[in-house]
Design a protein around this ligand. Structure first.
Ligand code: SF4
Length: 184
């Protein structure tokens, strides 16, 4: 089976992409690098759930320790940006850049990301960041838009069946602010 590096932000978002990629003849090697996640306890929750799911579904998983400075550097000056704005573009570029580098290290020719499964993110921004990274690293990005064909619905269903931890905000401290405003 051809390997593909699958960057993911959490177990829920990985569930359907892992299934779909396997159905299409790929063996996903999952990679968790998300220095945007705040606070540390939330990072641990999302990672712990992913580790448990990797054991259940038997996929290879690599992860990084939380490196908040990586994110803080790229978010500086963009703190007031709304979700879907320029801070998010920089956040995608940071995470996908590291994912492609990881694929290179592991001698995997392709990479993709579960970020496209979220209806709250702009797919075009994700693809643009990924294509820039591809040009810089030579690792081919496969442009899966995982939310299509009910992908978002299916992944939520798998999460429910597995009683997975479900976050209430995108990840960074600024997205906590936005999630709270939506509730007010
Ligand atoms: S809202 Fe989400 S995608 Fe945007 S910067 Fe924060 S963590 Fe990254």
């Amino acid at each position: 089976m051809r390997k593909i590096l699958l960057h993911t932000c959490c177990a829920i978002c990985a569930a359907y992409p892992v299934k779909l990629l396997r159905e299409q003849g790929y063996e996903p090697v999952v990679y968790f690098y998300n220095p945007n996640i705040y606070p540390e306890i939330e990072y641990k929750r999302r990672l712990d759930e992913l580790v448990a799911y990797s054991k259940k579904e038997n996929f290879e998983l690599y992860f990084e320790e939380l490196k908040s400075d990586d994110f803080n550097k790229i978010a500086k000056g963009y703190e007031k940006e709304p979700e879907k704005g320029k801070r998010c573009e920089r956040c995608f570029y940071l995470r996908l850049g590291k994912a492609a580098q990881k694929a290179k290290k592991l001698s995997i020719d392709y990479y993709t990301t579960t970020l496209t499964i979220s209806p709250h993110k702009v797919t075009k921004q994700i693809f643009e960041a990924a294509n820039t990274v591809s040009k810089e690293t030579g690792i081919e990005f496969l442009p899966y838009d995982f939310k299509k064909k009910d992908g978002f619905k299916i992944t939520q269903q798998i999460a429910k069946e597995n009683n997975m931890y479900k976050q209430t905000y995108c990840g960074c401290k600024y997205s906590i602010r936005e999630a709270k405003q939506q509730l007010d």
